[in-house]
Each structure stands twice: as C-alpha cells, then as structure tokens.
Design a protein. Structure first.
Length: 489
C-alpha cells in the first residue's frame, strides 16, 4: 500500500523502481499495489498514472501493461477514520486474489505530519491484523528534533515493532555508500591503516547545484542541518568510522554504527562556532546562468536565517579515531553536484626523494559516490627519465555510472531489501535518536542567534570563506570535488 500514491516521490522514484524490480524478475506475480491518496481516481486512471510515470522516467514499456495490471486505487483521506474499512476490504480481497498470504508493506510517501495518524489507524482498523508479515516504510524527515522524533516513534511503535519499521535514508541505497564497508573490510590494504596512526583527516562533501526549488516551505523549517546532516551525512560518517562488525547481519552492523554516533564529541554552546559553519546562498551564477539568492526563493522569508550550507568538524572520541577530524560539508547552489569522500593519509616521516623543502603529495583514497561511481587512490611514483623526481599518480576504479542524481536505483535496492525483510540499509531508532541529539545542540544555538550575516556565499561557489578557515586552522584544506573525478586521470 502506497500512501501518497499521486505524489512526486511515488511518481519519480517508487513506480520506476517497482517496474525495474518487476522486469528483473525480483517481484513474483503474486503482488498487488494499492495506491492511496485523496483525489478521486478509478483503478484505470491510476494504472494510467503509473504507466505514465514509468514511461516518463525510464522511457521503456516492456511488459508495462502486465506490470500496471497489479495496481489498484483507493481514494481516501488518511485523517478520515471511516475510510480505513474500505481500504481493509480492498486489501483483503486482493490478498485472496493474488495469494499474498497476508504479507503487507505499508509505504508512507506523504507529508510527515500524517505518519503517526496512519500507523495508528492501520492498527485500530485491523489492516495490520494479518496472517503474514507487516512492514512500515517511512520517509524522511523522521521528526524535526529529538522530542518530535520520539513522539513520532512512540506513535508508530503502537502498531509496528522496531524490526517491522523501515526508515528510509536513500543514501544508504546508493551503490558506493554500500561499497564503503566492502572497500574497508575486504581489503588487507586499507583496514590496517584505517585509524589515527595513518589517517590525518577525512572529508565528506555532498554538494548540490540546485536551490530549494518548490520546497521553500519545507526547507525554511528544516535547513541543511536537518535536511542533510542529521541523516545522510551522519550515516556516511558512521559507515566510515565503525568497527568491523562480527557478522554482516543487520543487528551487528547497526550496533557498530550506533557506537560511532555515541562517540561523537558533543559540542555545546559557545564551542559550536569552533566546529560548525553555516551559510546561506545569495544570488550568483550556475552554469553561466544567473540564479536568485535563497531569500528570493518561493515560500522563503525575505529575512530568512535558514542555513542552506553546513560545514562541520566531527571528532570521534574513541581509541581508533582520537585526534582525527572528520570534516563534512553540504549545501545547495554550490559549484557542482557531487558526493565524495576523501580519506587523507598522514605524510611519511621524511621525503627521501627530490628536495626536503618540497613535500610529497599525500596519499588519498577518494570514494566517488555520485555522479560518477568509483574509487581513486592517489600515490607517488617516480617521474619517467633520469633522476629521482616523484610525480603523483592515480589508480582508478570506475563503476558503471548512473546517469542522473537520486536515481530510482537507490529506491529500487531499498524496496527490494524491504520485501526480503533485510533492514540493514535502513536506520534504526537508536541511530535516529543519537543523530538528533547531536544536531539539536547545534540548531538550538543557531536558532537563538539572529545575526547571521546571511547571505554569506554566492550561488555557484563552494560555500562561505569560514568553511575554508575551519580546516585551515588545523593545517588542512578542502580537497576540490570537481577535479578529483574518477575519469580525470
Ligand atoms: N519528492 C522527493 O523527491 C522526496 C520526498 N521525500 C519525502 O516523501 C514524502 C512525500 O513527498 P512528495 O511525494 O514529494 O509529496 P507530494 O506533496 O508530492 O505528495 C503528497 C501525496 O500525499 C497525498 N495526500 C496529501 N494529503 C493527504 C490526505 N489527507 N490523505 C491522503 N492523501 C493525502 C497527495 O495526494 P492527494 O492530493 O491526491 O491527496 C499526494 O499523493 C515526504 O515525507 C517527503 O519528505 C523524501 C525524499 C525525496
Ligand atoms: O534527502 C535529500 O536529499 C537530496 C539530495 O539527494 P541526492 O541523492 O540527489 O544527493 C536533497 O536535494 C534534498 O534536499 C534532501 O531532502
């Protein structure tokens, strides 16, 4: 059951992903999808809507009619208690018709204020009273801060147990994010060096060229800290910093990620300015075109103090990472759309080659998450010819790139995981709670400081100058994300 079946997420991500799974034979024929939204559509109208979504997104129509024949629609206002009975009747009928054995997935692709209400009704009106499995897939944002996340969690837990709740973080469905574990734990080359003896710092960048588009209303209340840092950025950090799990099971991996989040140095009050920088874009140029500043965007206050950029220095106070800064940065309207992780290794004790005053380039491991996917290892080698001069060289592995951002691929993997009952790439409540309690301390201070000096970076740039100073005071600089490309060697 997809709640919010006529919405943007369902159209652009969920139907194309289900279609891919269907065509790859990963969905049996024994499935039905009930779309739920308020507008009055017939089953046939809805099938046409799904077909159109797939054709627009993928441009392919192999088996499309067979695919959409599994779709049904229920016009239903989720706040209206009476309409859940009709939904249950349709679900029970389809259960029999498709021999589904009572297995149900409820996907909440709707505004978060409805999540609690829907979960409670699913239970009180008997939709979760089923002979098979029942799973709840819940979209972000999971709360606005720790108290609201706790309240939401309590409401959904009245109907679903923790292991039936699949909290989506679409970054966890990205191919190269799933690869972090493999790069670390399947290579004798890296794991022994993956600690404070050999790594000087780690940089995680997720930059976007887009502005807030039509989402000004949501973004005004969220900002980059809640929109990107609380979830995607901290999840990447947890995967980079966790200890090897004793087994690759959901519980073991989650428990290692939780330990990282617990070890994050808690930064409070005045200290926040030494660790975090916020920014907001003003007008500027992207791809040669003039774009407006954030304060001029639709549904944005003209004196808004919402941050569209965050840079931060995270310290993980445990044995492995003591003293190694993990820098993160994310923002809208930056120079390039790019998500990259740069692991910078410590310098060797002295340069035997060439002159002592010219340091060797540091070894870097770059993990390219998007748009290109791959890894690059930056080494030093001998320059061809006579003498012992060195030159930086790059070893590249380029995964087949996905053409486009936030592609259905991540959703496809996550939907399939949920169908198989594998919650590894979804966020456990403990991770959500720890991330909020870390982020809340920053947002509390930022929201009480009105003199922000915004806008403080021009659209089309890599953020405010203070973000460079954050690294410079530790003797580092941001490795550029635009010329570290996997194909650029
Ligand atoms: N769009 C995206 O790319 C992403 C979205 N998300 C999250 O996914 C969720 C959905 O986002 P999105 O698809 O963009 O939202 P939309 O506003 O596009 O869609 C909302 C959907 O909810 C339905 N709806 C609204 N009110 C009710 C109601 N009272 N009863 C029943 N149905 C209702 C609407 O249909 P109708 O008007 O017919 O009732 C529509 O189908 C949000 O939580 C968002 O944060 C997360 C990541 C990316
Ligand atoms: O969750 C979100 O992510 C997107 C960025 O996702 P990506 O896969 O394109 O990197 C971001 O634009 C959006 O604001 C945020 O809500």
């Amino acid at each position: 059951m997809i709640f919010g079946a006529t919405g943007d997420l369902a159209k652009r991500k969920l139907y194309p992903s289900l279609y891919h799974l269907f065509n790859k034979g990963k969905l049996t024929k024994r499935f039905a999808v009930i779309g739920v939204a308020r507008r009055p559509l017939s089953h046939e109208d809805f099938k046409a809507h799904v077909k159109d979504s797939v054709l627009t997104s993928i441009g392919s129509n192999d088996n499309i009619d067979e695919f959409v024949s599994h779709f049904y629609y229920q016009a239903h206002d989720v706040t209206d208690s009476d309409s859940y009975m009709a939904l249950k009747k349709l679900a029970d009928d389809l259960d029999g018709e498709y021999s589904i054995d009572g297995n149900r997935i409820f996907y909440l692709a709707m505004a978060p204020e409805f999540f609690g209400t829907i979960a409670e009704h699913l239970k009180s009106d008997g939709l979760t009273d089923t002979s098979g499995f029942k799973r709840l897939v819940i979209e972000k944002p999971f709360g606005h801060d720790l108290p609201s996340a706790q309240e939401l969690n309590e409401r959904i837990r009245t109907a679903f147990s923790e292991d039936e709740i699949y909290r989506i973080d679409h970054y966890l469905g990205k191919e190269m994010i799933q690869n972090i574990e493999v790069i670390r734990f399947a290579n004798a080359l890296f794991e022994p060096l993956w600690n404070n003896r050999y790594i000087s710092n780690i940089q995680v960048t997720s930059s976007e060229t887009l502005g807030v588009e039509e989402r000004g209303g949501y973004y005004e209340k969220s900002g980059a800290l809640r929109d990107m840092v609380q979830n995607h950025m901290l999840q990447m950090v947890a995967l980079l910093a966790m200890e090897p799990p004793i087994k690759l099971t959901t519980d073991e991996i989650r428990s290692e990620k939780v330990k990282v989040l617990r070890a994050l140095r808690s930064i409070k009050d005045e200290g926040i300015k030494d660790y975090f920088v916020r920014g907001q874009y003003g007008e500027g140029q992207i791809d040669g075109k003039s774009v407006s500043g954030y304060r001029e965007e639709h549904n944005v206050n003209e004196e808004s103090n919402t941050e569209t950029y965050v840079a931060g220095k995270l310290m993980i106070d445990n044995f492995r990472w003591a003293g190694v800064p993990i820098y993160i940065r994310t923002g809208k309207r930056m120079t390039a759309k790019s998500t990259k992780i740069v692991v910078q290794f410590k310098d060797i004790p002295m340069n035997l080659y060439y002159s002592m005053d010219k340091p060797l380039a540091p070894n870097l491991l770059v993990i390219h998450i998007q748009p290109e996917e791959g890894i690059t290892l930056h080494l030093n080698a001998k320059k061809s010819g006579q003498g012992m001069e060195t030159t930086p060289v790059k070893l590249n592995f380029s995964n087949k790139s996905v053409d486009g951002m936030n592609t259905p691929e991540a959703y496809e993997k996550l939907l399939h995981d949920c169908m198989r009952g594998d919650a590894t790439n979804f966020t456990h409540w403990d991770e959500v709670a720890l991330s909020w309690s870390f982020v809340d301390k920053i947002s509390d201070i930022w929201e009480s400081t009105k003199d922000t000096g915004f806008p403080n970076y021009e659209a089309g740039t890599m953020g405010p100058r203070a973000a460079d100073e954050l690294l410079a005071k530790d003797g580092f600089f941001w490795w550029p994300v635009t010329n570290l490309d996997v194909d650029n060697c």
